[in-house]
Design a protein around this ligand. Structure first.
Ligand code: MOS
Length: 743
């Protein structure tokens, strides 16, 4: 079953509208609707708030502001991960960023709540905020660590000497904008009181974190908070933690003793869930004429919110990518009065690879060397900074296979040399690498006396295919047909997991399912082989085969259902676990990553600089694949994110107010079908990483975006001879450099 292109088991539920999302759990009872009022200044203090008209408006039950909000627990920095910490709201009159919640209006209907929200009158004393990254970019500090607990700076060898002595050098700055996760389903929550308990229906990625965060904020016993999140319409980092939509709904629900639901509007999603920091990255590469790198440096400056530090690990990826004796990486932060930075779609790797892989293309150009060959020449034998072997590195195979399939030999050797009508044609490529993570996860597998299996964990399916692959792993583990395995996810009352994020969800939960099934098999075999009533009596359990609902040893066979019914008339269950990578020696003894190579062809309109992606092919090595269909969908989705990063995505701050000005999908552009050609594909090499886990699989959710934007940017350079280093590459940046139209 593992490795088959099984259709999504939850597909029919979603296609027929029967999959209930956070805002749609009607079983919670008739809810009230909350609407968040946001600050209309970016920094300062509330000096007066008049809620009288709002309170008197039709249908209104409550207007909550900092003056009447219940006491809440503090953010506790001794808790290791931000997403598990309390998120107190409406705690005082100070405004920290534009759009920060200043009130919640709760009414009978959404429309009444929204109308009354307009009647809340807030007076402010406007303070002087720091909003403009460019203005404060030199006023930096050094964070203690960067995201995922990685070191802030690293140094190997003597970079300055190595770079100074290099025959060919690249020394360039690349800038990347604020980006938002932007799943289709906005962040939303419905909270229903049940006596002393709270049932929290919420769109989130990590159930365990949501429970602790709600409990910590409302100062409740976590056992009394029940998170329910069976379906999630995308997360991409914005739902790793919960936000005002959940905390304010919970506070109001407790105050009113009624179910209350709160969704963010699309515009509020651009204010209230955090975003990828903007970055200024300096990349220095020094190489010999043979293309071998002597020195690599990646120095990154980013914004952070002053109260909730977030340092994206943008320079961390290059630490494992290429060989070079002299190396340097650094991260610096400048505090701005903007929403907090947060994990967005391959945090660190995505913006970091965009720059580093553009710089590698610049180096290939300076050397007059094929960019694929340049990367192959710098293939390391061990992880060059950690000095440990790679577990399963197949970057060179990805590069060679991708080049062959794409027809890379047809790449225009000289930039701006190929033209079809009004289109300048160019090819570009890049490498991809992403670390693989493992976290503590427990799964319960239960066999019912009728021979069906139920798999339970608080793991979420954020649209990635968790229901489907866990069904496959369970079916294989117990030798059952797929339709006799049911997967039950997204409830904090189930055994806890690390959730969906960081591309770790599939392997964490699958490995745990595999182990739970193994424990059940052992228990049932021991019972059957030792039981004179079983046809398997006296057989060697080690020879057993579980298939099609039967257990077979040699010539003897018995239905699994019979064994369960005889020995466990009430059913039988076992738990399986995956441990934290820090406690697994493989993760300290090996550098465990996924790899890829991206190839893109673009056309650039010689008159208007309009850029069209014409085709794209990426080849990946990700260990074993659970389901080629869901895997391809994940990988292509990631590649398309990269296209967006290269050409479209950019949130723009008004430096006067600290507001993001393009707060909707009309102004914040992401690739749509019209932007992406039909000729796009992801190919995965056969693989099995025996160091990653017992199933040989690694995460695939984010490796697709790593480097894919650089392949597009490099194709734009190959088409035009113009290098734009300020992402995204929009027309006005490209147009002035375009070659003059031939007569
Ligand atoms: Mo991901 S940015 O860890 O959801």
């Amino acid at each position: 079953m593992i490795g088959q292109a099984v259709n999504r088991v939850d597909g029919p539920l979603k296609a027929t509208g029967r999959a209930a999302y956070a805002y749609e759990h009607w079983e919670a009872g008739q809810p009230l609707y909350g609407f968040i009022v946001g600050a209309t200044i970016g920094k300062g203090r509330i000096t007066g708030i008049d809620t009288e008209d709002a309170e008197g408006a039709p249908g209104v039950h409550l207007v909550m502001t900092h003056r009447n909000a219940p006491a809440q627990g503090p953010r506790d920095e001794s808790i290791s991960f931000e997403y598990w910490r309390a998120q107190p709201m409406l705690t005082g009159p100070d405004i920290h960023f534009y759009g920060e919640p200043v009130a919640l209006v709760v009414a009978e209907t959404f429309e009444q709540a929204r109308d009354a929200a307009d009647l809340v009158e807030v007076e402010y004393r406007v303070g002087r905020g720091r909003f403009d990254f460019g203005e404060f970019e030199d006023d930096t500090y050094i964070p203690k660590t960067v995201n995922a607990g990685l070191p802030t700076d690293t140094a190997v060898g003597d970079f300055d000497a190595g770079f100074a002595g290099a025959e060919v050098k690249v020394d360039q700055r690349y800038t990347t904008p604020y980006e938002f996760s932007m799943p289709i389903e906005p962040n939303a929550s419905m909270v229903a009181p049940r006596g002393e308990d709270l049932v929290v229906y919420v769109s989130c990625q990590i159930t365990d974190a949501a429970r602790d965060s709600v409990a910590g904020t409302l100062m409740m016993d976590p056992e009394r908070v029940h998170i329910v999140t069976p379906f999630v319409g995308g997360g991409f980092g914005s739902k790793l933690g919960i936000h005002s939509e959940t905390i304010l709904a919970a506070l109001a629900a407790r105050t009113l003793d009624r179910p209350v639901k709160v969704t963010l509007t699309r515009q509020q999603v651009f204010q209230l869930v955090g975003m990828r920091p903007t970055s200024d990255q300096r990349v220095r590469l020094g190489a010999g004429r043979d293309g071998r790198l002597a020195a690599i440096a990646h120095d990154v400056t980013m914004h952070t919110n002053p109260d909730v530090e977030y340092a994206e690990q943008t320079a961390a990826t290059v630490r494992s990518l290429y060989a070079a004796p002299h190396r340097l990486t650094s991260h610096r932060l400048t505090a701005l009065d903007l929403p907090r930075g947060t994990d967005v779609r391959a945090p660190g790797e995505a913006p970091g690879m965009l720059s580093v892989e553009s710089a590698m293309d610049e180096l290939a150009d300076a050397l007059g060397m094929d960019p694929v060959e340049l990367r192959i020449r710098n293939e390391p034998t061990v992880d060059p900074e950690r000095n440990v072997p790679y577990s399963d590195r197949h970057l060179v195979e990805c590069l060679r296979e991708g080049a062959r399939r794409f027809g890379w030999e047809n790449r225009p050797a000289t930039p701006a040399s190929v033209r079809e009508g009004r289109w300048l044609i160019g090819y570009g490529m890049s490498a991809a690498i992403r670390g693989h993570f493992q976290g503590p996860t427990t799964v319960r597998v239960r066999l019912e006396p009728d021979g069906t299996a139920v798999i339970q964990t608080d793991m979420t399916d954020i649209g990635t295919g968790t229901y489907t692959i866990l069904t496959q792993v369970g079916a294989e583990g117990l030798g059952l047909p797929l339709e006799r395995v049911r997967v039950d996810l997204g409830r904090s009352d189930h055994p806890s997991s690390w959730g969906s994020g960081g591309s770790w969800g599939a392997t964490n939960s699958s490995t745990a399912v595999h182990r739970a099934c193994a424990a059940l098999r052992t228990r049932l075999l021991d019972a059957a082989c030792g039981d004179t009533r079983s046809p398997l009596h006296g057989q060697d359990p080690a020879e057993a085969v579980f298939s099609e609902g039967d257990v077979t040893i040699g010539g003897a066979s018995e239905a699994l259902r019979e064994i369960v019914a005889r020995h466990h008339p009430d059913g039988v269950e076992a738990e399986g676990q995956t441990r934290f990578m820090g406690d697994d020696p493989n993760y300290s003894n090996y550098s465990i990553n996924t790899y890829g190579a991206h190839f893109a062809e673009v056309g650039v309109d010689a008159d208007t600089a309009e850029i069209r992606l014409r085709r794209m092919l990426s080849v990946f090595s990700v260990g074993r694949v659970f389901n080629p269909k869901t895997a391809r969908s994940q990988l292509i989705g990631g590649m398309i994110w990269g296209v967006g990063a290269a050409l479209e995505e950019e949130a723009v701050v008004d430096p006067r107010s600290g507001a993001f000005v393009n707060r909707d999908f009309a102004g914040y552009l992401v690739p749509v079908h019209g932007d992406i050609p039909a000729d796009i594909d992801a190919v995965v090499l056969e693989g099995y990483d025996d160091k990653a886990n017992v199933l040989g699989a690694k995460g695939i959710g984010e490796v697709g975006i790593c480097g894919s934007g650089a392949a597009v940017a490099n194709a734009v350079f190959n088409a035009t001879g113009v290098r734009v280093r300020d992402f995204p590459i929009t027309l006005e940046k490209l147009l002035p450099g375009l070659p003059a139209m031939a007569a």
